[in-house]
Unconditional design. Structure first.
Length: 406
C-alpha cells in the first residue's frame, strides 16, 4: 500500500510540474519580443512584390507547366518614420495562420514566441531614403525551406547600412507561401529533403540548388524592370544594378555560391555555413567571396559526419583558388548552425534556450551570434560592393569570438 501511495504522490507531482512548465512556457510565448535594433544610420522600410513568369515553368511544381512565381520581400534604406506610419508586422496575419496550420500548436504556441507580438524596425511601404540617388542591391536566400522573414534581423541591419535587401519565397519549396489574394501553397512533399537521406537527399538538394539559383537570376531580372519602370515609383532609378551582392544561409549559402558561379551580375558573395553543391565545387568562383562558418571544433574526426568533412574540404578547395585579396573565411567560436544567422535564437522559448545552454547545445548567446554575423556581412559588402578599405575586415578586439581561418 505504501508503494502505491508513493507512486500516486509522484504522479501528482509530475502532473503539477508539467502544468507549471506549460504555464511558464505559455507566459513566455505571449511576451512581446523586440528584435535587435539595426546598427546602421538609415531607417528601414519593407515592402512586398509578387513576380510571375508564365513562359518558364516552375521546375519544382508537382504539376508540369505550372508558372513560376516568387513572393519577394524587400528591405531598404527609408526616409525617417513619421508618427502616422506603421511599423510592419514580423509576419503578416495570413502567414501566421498558414504557418500554424502547417506546424501545429506545439511549435507555434509553446516552443516559440507569439509572432504577432514580435516587433520589427521596418516601416511598411515607406519612401526610399533621399540621402543617396541609388543604393546597391543584395539578394538574400534562406536555408532550405525556411521563410525569408526568418532572417529579418540580418535584412534590417543590412538595409540600415544602405543596401536594398531582396529575399523571396517560392511555392512548393518554401515551407509555406501566402499570396496577397489569399492563396496558400505549402511545400510539396517531394521537395522535402528532410524526408530523404543518402544519394536521394543529395540529388534533391542539387535540384533545389539549381531552382533557387535560377530564381535569383529571375529576381534580378525583375529588379532591373522595377528600376526602369516601377509603377509605384518607389524604386524607379533607385537601385544600383551595377553593385550586386548575394548571401544565404545553409542551402541558401550554397545557392549564393552557385549563383555567383552562374551569373556575372554577382559582384561579391557570402556563404553562411552552407555546404557547397553543384558545378561551383569543381569550377570555383572569381568574385570576392566570404565563407562565414559556425563552430564545429568540438567534433572529433571520429565523431564528425562524413558530410561535414566533405563540406569543409569543398569550401577550402574553392577558397584556396581565390586570390588572397578577394577572399575571407571566418568562424564564430561557439556559434550554432541554426542560431547565428536567423531570428530563431530570439523567437524560441527562453526556457527552451536555457535548457539548450545547460546541455551545451548552444554555447554562445543567440543575440550575440546574430550581431556578429550581421557585422561581418555588412562589412564584407561594404568592402567589396561599396569599395571601403579592406582594413575594415581585419581582426578587431571587440569581436573576440571571431577566428580567421587560413
Amino acid at each position: 500500500m505504501r508503494v502505491i501511495k508513493t507512486l500516486v504522490v509522484a504522479a501528482l507531482f509530475a502532473v503539477v510540474a508539467i502544468a507549471v512548465l506549460l504555464g511558464l512556457m505559455w507566459l513566455e510565448h505571449k511576451r512581446e519580443t523586440l528584435l535587435p535594433a539595426p546598427s546602421g544610420p538609415f531607417a528601414v522600410g519593407r515592402t512586398m512584390y509578387v513576380w510571375s513568369d508564365p513562359v518558364h515553368p516552375d521546375p519544382m511544381a508537382p504539376q508540369p507547366g505550372t508558372k513560376r512565381e516568387l513572393l519577394a520581400w524587400i528591405w531598404y534604406p527609408a526616409a525617417p518614420r513619421q508618427p502616422s506610419q506603421t511599423v510592419d508586422d514580423y509576419l503578416p496575419a495570413p502567414w501566421r495562420t498558414a504557418l500554424e496550420r502547417q506546424t501545429g500548436a506545439l511549435l507555434t504556441q509553446l516552443l516559440t514566441r507569439d509572432l504577432s507580438r514580435v516587433r520589427t524596425h521596418s516601416t511598411r511601404d515607406a519612401e526610399v531614403s533621399p540621402q543617396q540617388r541609388s543604393y546597391p542591391v543584395v539578394l538574400m536566400r534562406a536555408g532550405l525551406a525556411a521563410l525569408t522573414t526568418d532572417y529579418t534581423t540580418l535584412a534590417e541591419d543590412l538595409a540600415s547600412h544602405g543596401y536594398v535587401v531582396v529575399g523571396f519565397d517560392a511555392p512548393y519549396r518554401s515551407f509555406v507561401v501566402v499570396f496577397p489574394d489569399g492563396k496558400v501553397i505549402a511545400r510539396a512533399p517531394q521537395n522535402n529533403a528532410d524526408l530523404l537521406d543518402g544519394p536521394q537527399k543529395e540529388q534533391l538538394a542539387n535540384k533545389l540548388l539549381q531552382a533557387w539559383s535560377a530564381d535569383m537570376g529571375f529576381a534580378l531580372d525583375h529588379l532591373e524592370q522595377l528600376n526602369a519602370s516601377d509603377p509605384s515609383g518607389r524604386f524607379l532609378g533607385r537601385l544600383d544594378m551595377q553593385r550586386i551582392g548575394v548571401f544565404g544561409h545553409s542551402l541558401g549559402g550554397a545557392t549564393a555560391l552557385q549563383f555567383c558561379h552562374d551569373d556575372s551580375r554577382c559582384k561579391a558573395g557570402i556563404d553562411v555555413d552552407g555546404a557547397p553543391l553543384g558545378s561551383v565545387v569543381a569550377d570555383g568562383v572569381t568574385q570576392p567571396f566570404m565563407f562565414l562558418l559556425s563552430d564545429h571544433k568540438g567534433e572529433s574526426d571520429a565523431d564528425e559526419p562524413e558530410a561535414i568533412r566533405q563540406a569543409g574540404a569543398n569550401i577550402h578547395s574553392i577558397y584556396d583558388r581565390l586570390p588572397s585579396d578577394r577572399r575571407l573565411m571566418i568562424r564564430i567560436r561557439g556559434a550554432n548552425h541554426y542560431m547565428f544567422s536567423g531570428d530563431g535564437a530570439m523567437l524560441k522559448s527562453p526556457l527552451v534556450m536555457r535548457v539548450l545552454r545547460t546541455v551545451g547545445a548552444v554555447r554562445l548567446d543567440g543575440r550575440r551570434q546574430v550581431a556578429l554575423t550581421a557585422h561581418y556581412i555588412s562589412t564584407f559588402f561594404d568592402v567589396y560592393v561599396k569599395g571601403v578599405p579592406a582594413s575594415q575586415l581585419k581582426s578587431q578586439p571587440e569581436y573576440p569570438e571571431i577566428e580567421y581561418v587560413h
